[in-house]
Design a protein around this ligand. Structure first.
Ligand code: SF4
Length: 357
């Protein structure tokens, strides 16, 4: 289901824009429809009022938490069951100054990055924009009213560029009725010309997300091997396109680099990153690889990762060495996948974040 389908349904029931926005806002904020200042029966058109319980039930059924897997760092991996029985994973990131959730945009992924478990099973199906937003609603329900969700990153399962209409529709709702600041909506992509075209075409009323680009190597040939079905986009061209959006949006591009032992952690890559990114409006995130039993890749030694970050800083590249959240519960980058629903998973497990610090 797409957000536009919900809008059409509401309009067919007599909703004016203010009614439509109210229903969508309370849904996206995980608030009950009957709350708020206005009494529903005095505010909504009668046909909509009568149909509302059915619509709410349908929205609730879009995505449910089948199981929650809390990690030692305070994050949690949520196995989310969609209405047709497919599953995706959503990660509540550790409580921090800006509570964030990492959401999925597809069931599976066609890009097939060789180091990523999501990519191993291929694409199972697209997600609708309403299913994408529903993960944020679930996150808010899990966090409860005491802890506000401030940031949504599209870095879970799937390549957002391959489901771009739905992703941009979800971003539009989350950045308006959904109450998330535009720069706290982070669209992550391997780099697809269509993304740059669509972002460049956004108008004044449109929500402009921040952009994360998965670079992983400065070498075009190696990138084709690591990301076998990503668009053929030479690293230099990718960075040039990213720079144009960074300058236009006012947000730096966040480059993602899964740091893999013996693959992309050499001094030649330090030279390559410095050549590509020095002087750019950009932030490099080095993410030591999260090993999974099924794949042969390993993370480099901690000292090597730290030395790369220091070397990049010295060469003028703003660099952060990041540890993926929830590695102990397979919630880290590259560890998510479409999993079987646990038997008897009808009852959601509720999780509460531990206090920061
Ligand atoms: S890393 Fe991202 S783009 Fe690559 S296979 Fe995994 S989900 Fe798809």
């Amino acid at each position: 289901m797409q957000v536009s389908d919900i809008r059409q349904r509401l309009r067919a029931l007599g909703a004016l824009p203010l009614h439509e926005e109210r229903v969508l806002r309370r849904w996206a904020l995980a608030q009950p429809q009957e709350g708020g200042r206005q009494r529903l029966d005095a505010f909504l058109p009668k046909p909509l009022l009568q149909a509302l319980p059915g619509i709410v039930a349908e929205l609730d059924g879009l995505a449910r938490v089948a199981s929650a897997h809390p990690a030692a760092d305070g994050s949690a991996r949520l196995l989310v069951a969609l209405a047709d029985g497919q599953t995706v994973e959503t990660v509540l990131l550790p409580p921090d100054r800006a509570q964030a959730v990492c959401i999925s945009s597809q069931v599976g992924c066609a890009v097939g990055c060789v180091f990523c478990m999501t990519g191993q099973g291929g694409l199972l199906r697209q997600m609708g924009s309403a299913e994408i937003v529903a993960q944020v609603v679930l996150a808010r329900q899990q966090l409860g009213p005491a802890r506000a969700l401030r940031k949504v990153v599209f870095m879970g399962m799937g390549e957002p560029a391959h489901n771009l209409d739905a992703v941009l529709e979800a971003i539009q709702l989350l950045g308006t009725a959904g109450g998330i600041a535009h720069k706290q909506l982070v669209l992550s992509t391997v780099g697809d010309p269509r993304v740059f075209e669509r972002l460049a075409a956004l108008g004044t009323g449109d929500v402009k997300p921040a952009l994360a680009l998965s670079l992983h190597t400065s070498k075009a040939g190696l990138r084709d091997e690591l990301l076998p079905r990503a668009p053929r986009f030479a690293p230099q061209d990718l960075v040039d396109a990213g720079e144009v959006y960074a300058r236009a949006s006012g947000y730096p591009i966040q480059y993602q680099w899964a740091l893999i032992d013996g693959v992309n952690d050499g001094d030649d890559e330090v030279d390559g990153i410095a050549r590509l990114l020095a002087g750019r409006y950009a932030l490099m995130n080095l993410i030591p690889y999260n090993a999974v039993a099924e794949l042969p890749y390993r993370r480099p030694a901690a000292e090597r990762a730290a030395e790369m970050a220091r070397a990049l800083h010295r060469r003028g590249v703003l660099t952060k060495l990041r540890q993926s959240a929830g590695q102990d519960v397979e919630a880290g980058c590259g560890q998510l996948r479409a999993r079987q629903l646990p038997v008897g998973a009808a009852q959601p497990l509720h999780w509460r974040p531990v206090a920061p610090g």
